[in-house]
Design a protein around this ligand. Structure first.
Ligand code: C2E
Ligand code: MG
Ligand code: MG
Length: 573
């Protein structure tokens, strides 16, 4: 074998001169005793020598390996091309350097940081290969662990958002080269925050781990499931793939989620919303594909959750607007841009001002005063309603105390509670705190709950309402008649008051059906010892009818529109 590099031959002769003074015995002792692993083969790769560090590290004795080839150490961790390129390098007379994963006699693996150098005779021919190396398993394992920490989610063990983005870039390049397609699926659990809030973070973590396990199990090995953060998972389906293939996967994902999850010993049904974007038809870049799937997921959520949506260009602006609204509402909450307006409520028998309903408004820096219809449903979906509602409650209690000390004696203030607030485990605590901080007595506070809020989690609602009622807080069912409950059903809850919805009030007294209905509601409510307040009263005819029907209270534009606290005091004094 001739060395193509003359320079290597020269350096060999120089080296022999410089080591000439050392005895052969010292040199062989040095080889034998060095802590480095040494292995020498002939030019055909047959092992002629291994030192004792080799024996210690691999567990093979000298006798077992002499005459064999180093391939006996192969671990299966490198492909054939890796070994081929190594051999090419050394056969060309160059040194090979690298970290190789080898296998010990007991099949355990070790990382060897290795240099393999060819040995030349005086004709420049390769006669031997000398491999020297260090066992670097510990530091490699540390590096691997560090890499794992950087690219994998510690809770679920799934690739994290950074690794997902790396894999997506690679998948896009592959799809581009092979003219293939791929799909990005964004999956978000519905109402995960509720579970976290009500069962605590440990149970929330358990749920995320189990979701990750089920998703991983439902998918093929070459699909990627990553955790994007929180309760968001991103699934990368490598091509070739079309909409029907994606639908089959979506089906599988829904069915893997359909078995109840066991949390804190109880069964919970957890659903998810999914959004899908496709390469190349929707987008071609990583960023846009992820954005597209996110937008589609939002759309699936907006349709009520537990469903999926494919991305389409026309949904983009709609969803972006909604995302923008969510974002600016969160900012608005932080900047304290939400204010309470108050609408007066009058006693129909005495004509006295009896209370005020707090109705929230958003003093938007660009849009001006925004009504609750625009942002309450958004806050309800995102969960921001819990803190928003708590602020409304505190402001309302404080306002009543301030009015009273300014000389306006107002018996009560009403505050609306959304379904999500009612099912929040801390609702009673929030009310206690608001009363305590402001010094307001409990029976000056009325909480208005819609029928749908009561029906959503009736057992939980009943428990919270019993607690609130026992503190002395008054409870009222809002928009009565718009849900599908009956007053007898509502008897399960300790309610004090029924608010007849505006849709009935607006048709009285002319519409006989509406008139009969209002009469029946008043009658039934009285028989259940509840008082009746009518909302949306706009005409004197309506007011007169309600008074004669025995309705105790009224509120509406005829008597006063919702107004700021300062206008309220002027209006009523
Ligand atoms: P609601 O609790 O039934 O409040 C009554 C709504 O009817 C208010 O609308 C009020 O302005 C309107 N209204 C009152 N009298 C009349 C009238 O004579 N004619 C007409 N056409 N409308 C009248 P607003 O302020 O837009 O509030 C809408 C809904 O938003 C409220 O309905 C309530 O469900 C919700 N909301 C308002 N503030 C809050 C809040 O702080 N928390 C929660 N969770 N919901 C709130
Ligand atoms: Mg109300
Ligand atoms: Mg109402």
């Amino acid at each position: 074998m001739t060395c193509p590099h003359a320079g290597v031959t020269r350096s060999v002769s120089k080296q022999s001169e410089s080591t000439g003074c050392l005895s052969r015995r010292i040199l062989s002792q040095a080889l034998e005793q060095t802590a480095d692993i040494v292995l020498i083969t002939d030019c055909h790769g047959v092992i002629e020598y291994v030192n004792s560090a080799f024996e210690q590290c691999t567990g093979f004795s000298r006798k077992e390996v002499l005459g064999r080839k180093p391939a006996l150490l192969r671990s299966g961790q490198h492909d054939e091309a890796y070994y081929q390129s190594m051999w090419e390098t050394i056969r060309q007379g160059e040194a090979f350097r690298g970290v190789i994963v080898n296998q010990c006699k007991d099949h355990s693996l070790y990382y060897e940081e290795k240099t393999i150098s060819p040995l030349f005779n005086s004709n420049g021919e390769i006669t031997h290969y000398v491999s020297t190396g260090k066992d670097v398993s510990d530091s490699m394992r540390t590096q691997k662990r560090l890499r794992h920490l950087a690219y994998y989610d510690t809770l679920t063990g799934l690739p994290n958002r950074v690794e997902l983005r790396n894999q997506l870039s690679q998948a896009i390049s592959h799809a581009e080269r092979h003219d293939e397609s791929l799909a990005v699926l964004f999956l978000d659990l519905d109402r995960f925050k509720n579970i976290n809030d009500s069962l605590g973070h440990d149970e929330g973590d358990c749920l995320l781990r189990e979701v990750a396990r089920r998703l991983r199990q439902a998918l093929r090995n070459d699909d990627t499931v990553a955790r994007n953060g929180g309760d968001e998972f991103i699934i990368l389906l490598r091509g070739p793939i079309n909409e029907n293939d994606v639908l089959r996967v979506v089906d599988k994902l829904f069915s893997c989620m359909s078995t109840p999850f066991i949390l804190a010993g109880l069964e919970y049904n957890v659903s998810a919303s999914m959004g899908i974007s496709l390469y190349p038809q929707d987008y071609k870049s990583k960023k846009d594909l992820l954005k597209g799937a996110d937008i589609a997921m939002y759309q699936a959520k907006a349709k009520g959750g537990s469903g999926y949506c494919f991305f389409s260009r026309d949904m983009e602006s709609r969803v972006m607007e909604r995302m923008e609204l969510e974002h600016s509402l969160r900012q608005g909450l932080l900047r304290d841009e939400l204010v309470n307006y108050y609408q007066p409520q009058y006693n129909l028998t005495t004509g006295q001002l009896e209370g005020a309903e707090a109705l929230v408004r958003w003093q938007h820096p660009q849009l001006g005063l925004v009504g609750p219809g625009r942002f309450i449903p958004v806050a309800e979906d995102t969960g921001d309603i819990v803190s928003l509602g708590e602020n409304v409650l505190k402001r309302a209690c404080r306002q009543l105390v301030e009015w009273r000390s300014a000389g306006l004696y107002l018996p009560r203030v009403s505050v609306n509670l959304s379904p999500r607030q009612l099912s929040h485990p801390e609702i009673t605590k929030q009310v206690v705190e608001a009363l305590h901080e402001t010094g307001l007595e409990a029976d000056a506070l009325v909480l208005e709950l819609t029928e749908s809020a009561l029906m959503q989690h009736p057992e939980q609602a009943a428990r919270s309402l019993v607690e609130l009622k026992s503190m002395g807080v008054r409870l009222s069912v809002d928009d009565f008649g718009t849900g599908h409950s009956s007053l007898s059903y509502l008897r399960r809850f300790p309610l004090d008051c029924v608010k007849v919805d505006r849709s009935f009030v607006q048709d009285i007294p002319e519409n006989e059906e509406a008139a009969a209905l209002v009469g029946a509601i008043v009658h039934l409510a009285h028989s259940l010892k509840m008082v009746v307040v009518a909302e949306g009263v706009e005409t004197t005819a309506q007011l007169e009818f309600l008074r004669q029907a025995g309705c105790e209270g009224a509120q509406g534009y005829l008597l006063g529109k919702p107004m700021s606290a300062s206008c309220f005091i002027k209006h009523t004094c």
